[in-house]
Design a protein around this ligand. Structure first.
Ligand SMILES: [Fe+2]
Ligand SMILES: [Fe+2]
Length: 224
């Protein structure tokens, strides 16, 4: 005679705290709560963090354009710019998986960004920026401090998720790897530009502009 095991003994993960077929709850959130991480708090922090990635992508466009005469600086800034877009793209779906949504209003999104605006470091008059006051040195300093804010942001998210939320942790640590590289690039460039000092980043060009070797999601999802 066949022995019929109770399903919960045989397949311990077949059911849990979320009712069968209930789409108003997510097991992907419940398991975080069970491990002591509030998914709502995490996802709001993620929105702030990718708000900074998205606005930095915008601001770096303007900074890069004003590095005229420094093709090497422009190229490196372009890599950092495109990789910030990749960081936004990587994490945006995670906000929805955690039951959240992107702000409908881009102004709200920009305002809640977790890093300061990486603005062109000169006064802006109605006709535009006062370009005779602008220097590559000042732009490199803005770039450097933006990368440092990103390192602090993604380190905090790594700390929140380590050992609790492997999916968010994986994303955050990939982004952090690139932010640490970005800081090293701008340390090297600013050291030479401002102080005439050699301070190597160990960096050579990305294979393609904005290659995002750690954070891009295109290698496992061509449609993203
Ligand atoms: Fe970034
Ligand atoms: Fe960066």
């Amino acid at each position: 005679m066949a022995v019929h095991w109770c399903m919960s003994d045989d397949k311990p993960h077949a059911a849990g705290n979320v009712d069968t077929g209930d789409t108003s709850e997510r097991v992907g959130m419940a398991v975080l709560r069970e491990r002591g991480l509030e998914p709502e708090e995490l996802r709001e922090k993620l929105i702030d963090a990718i708000g900074a990635e998205f606005t930095t992508y915008y601001y770096y466009t303007n900074l890069r354009m004003h590095l005229a005469g420094h093709e090497d600086y422009k190229e490196i800034t372009e890599d950092a710019r495109l990789e910030d877009r990749a960081h936004f793209e990587l994490v945006a779906p995670r906000v929805y998986e955690l039951g959240g949504s992107l702000p409908n209003d881009i102004r709200e999104f920009a305002d809640r960004a977790s890093c300061p605006d990486a603005e062109l470091p000169v006064p802006y008059e109605t006709e535009g920026p006062e370009l005779d006051e602008l220097s590559a040195e000042a732009i490199l300093e803005v770039l450097l401090e933006a990368e440092r804010c990103a390192i602090r942001t993604w380190s905090e998210i790594c700390d929140m998720t380590h050992g609790v939320d492997p999916r968010t942790y994986d994303m955050a640590q990939r982004i952090l790897q690139e932010e640490v590289e970005h800081e090293a690039w701008f340390v090297e460039l600013l050291s030479m530009e401002r102080d005439g000092e050699i301070n190597p980043a160990g960096h050579f060009v990305r294979g393609e502009p904005g290659d995002a070797p750690y954070s891009t999601n295109r290698r496992f999802n061509d449609s993203a």
